[in-house]
Every structure is written in structure tokens, then in C-alpha cells.
Design a protein around this ligand. Sequence first.
Ligand code: PMP
Length: 400
Amino acid sequence: NYNRVVNFGAGPSALPVSVLEEASKGLLNFQNTGIGIAEISHRSKEFTAFVANLEVLIRTQLDVPSTHRILFTQGGGSGQFSAVVLNMLARYRLLHPECTAADTVTDYVVTGSWSKKAAEEARRLGGGTVNVVVDGRTFSEGGKAFDSIPAHDAYKFSEDPALVYYCENETVDGVEFSHEDSSPASFPFHLLPKGGLVPLVADYSSSFMCRPIPHLADHAIIYAGAQKNIGPAGLTILIVREDCIVDVDAAAKLGATPVPITLSYKTLADSGSLYNTPSVLAMYISGLVLERMQKHGGLKHYEETNRRKAGKVYSVLKEGEAKGVLRRKVKEGSGSWMNVVFEIVGPDAEKRFLEGAEERGMKGLKGHRSVGGIRVSLYNAVTEAEVDQLVEYIKDFILQ
Ligand code: PMP
């Protein structure tokens, strides 16, 4: 129905049909107000109640402790590349009024294109030193590809950084931290600088709500754009520890870089994420998706399904690799559940693969323009039956 195809796109990406159907009703009349969701005041009692429930849906499913606030904003992941630096430098300045900007160090774990971009933004804004804790490319053949999560002994954290940054799932390169503490590809929480509250910042844009977040309470900030697992672009979700919601104006008086008012976490927290007009429609659809997730058994259910989905795809790729038809781009143990990347071997083979997929009603498989190849995104709304359809196609393609 609706002539929809299977959408393996990396973001914006597939959303559940039942949610889109409900949302289309809400577009015309939100909760019997007689006003559509894209038309209603963000300060109406119906919408503010919806926002409060949106927070509850995230807090309960992710088990977010009372030490952390949940905030909503706009500007996407890229907006947070800037916001985390400015807010955390302000926090550092309030903790160390005697330090100058030049004395400040920010630590970046660079495992792919998005964490690399975030580190570049810190360099633009920071004024101090950006310490690259580890660079995933160092461990690739030729030193150019982000194709693994480095082993723990490679990480060099600073003693007292203003922030320690990592990207849990690299959407372009398809590398992801393991959630098994014992895995060499897990984030080395045990190596973080000791003493005080760790200023750990994580970009969860493309893996938010696909499984529980390990060590959540040890994070200072976790953020995610909605446009992968939970909704349309336009909504950015933040989980911020209370001590990282600071008076940025007081910090500016001490010499920290002034923080634009809409990027300040304190502004968002003090206004219940309604300082200015939020992305009402994106929040609404995300709320519907999160409600549906809860009904379907919450994160445990999604974790199990997502594990199986990724397992099926990696397994058929192994078969194809053994036959010399394709090549996985990420080393064993570091592959993402959400974005699986590979190359088809041979001239024009990639084009043939994409065309064949499209003939069978599957789209969104082209790799990111910066790296090429094929990328299969397996976000929550991609069903296991749809994954089976892709696996069948890859099997047939291997035999051709
Ligand atoms: N981080 C990650 C992991 C991403 O996948 C993306 C976008 N795909 C971004 C950051 C940037 O997000 P945005 O486009 O919302 O600025």
C-alpha cells in the first residue's frame, strides 16, 4: 500500500507506516483540539503535555537517572558539535577561573568522519589544544580508512580535559563501539581520567534508541539527531548531567567564549526546552515512534531484533566475500549494527547491484558520497522481513 519501497537510507530514514498514518491524522487535528500539529501553538497545554510525555518515554526506556536532564533542541548533530564545546568550555572556566583559553585541552576520540568533524569544530571554537586521543585511521592498511575501533592500549587521554568526546556509531564509515565491556572494541571507560565527574560526551545520533546505552550515568552529555531511529530531522535530543548545565554568562565574564543563547544548555533547561519555537512536527512524530516502541516491548525487544538483523546481513556478506564477489569495509568486531558498509568487486558491479536492488523495491543503498561503496542502514523501522528480502537478493547476486 502507498507504493512504498524498502528504504535502507542512512538518514532521514524509514519510519513505521502505522506512525505515519497516525501522524497524518494529527496533521489535520491534533488530539481533538481541532488544530493540526503543524499549526498549534507550542505553548498550548496539549503540546506542552506532549513534550513532558516525550521526555518520560525517553527517560523510562533508556533508564536515565535523575542526575541527568533530557532536553530538546534544533540544529542537528552538527549544531551539537559546536554546542558541546562552548558549554563544556564554559563549565571548565567556572571550575578553573585561573586558566586561560590557551590552557584548555579537549580530548577527541576520532573513529570516523563524524567525530573527525566534531574535532575540527572544537579546533575552530576552542582556542586551546584539541588532543586526538586516538585516530582510527592509524590502524588501517595505508592509514587512510576508518575501518576499526582501535584497541584500548592506543588511547591517550589527557589528565584534566574540558571534555572527552566520542561518536558511538560512525554512520558513514560503519564502525561502532561494542557494548560488551570485555571486547577490545568497547569504549575504554576504565581508562578515563580519574577524579571528579568525567566530562564524557557521546554522539549517539545514529544509534540512539536502538539498544540500551551502557554506562549512561557516567556520561556528561549524550546527544542525537532524531532522523535515524526515531523521527524526522529537526529534533535534537540531549541527555545532560546537571553539573554541565552552567551559567554560560558568568563563564563569559571570566573570559570564556560567549555562548549563543539558543545553544546554551541552561537556556534549554530553564525553559523546559521551550525557549523559542521548537520543531513541533518532528517532536510529535518522534513521540509517536517512542510510544510505539514502548508498546512493542521497549529497548530490550529492539536490541534483540537489531542484533539479529545485523547478524543476518554480516553473515551473507561473509559468504559473498568468500566467493570474491564483495568486500566488507570494516574489520571483524568493529562493524556497526545500524550501518553496514561494503564494496562490490569488479567494474560496474556496484551499479548492477544497486539497479538490481531497485528492481526488487529496495532503495537507499548507495554509500556516503565521501567514501562510496554500499551502505545498508538497519534502523529500528526496517523490519526483519525487509532485511530477509535484502539477504535473499544478496544471495542471488552472489550466485549470478
Ligand atoms: N553525527 C552522526 C553520527 C551522524 O550520523 C550525523 C548525520 N548523519 C551527524 C552527526 C550530523 O547530523 P546533522 O545532519 O543532524 O547535523
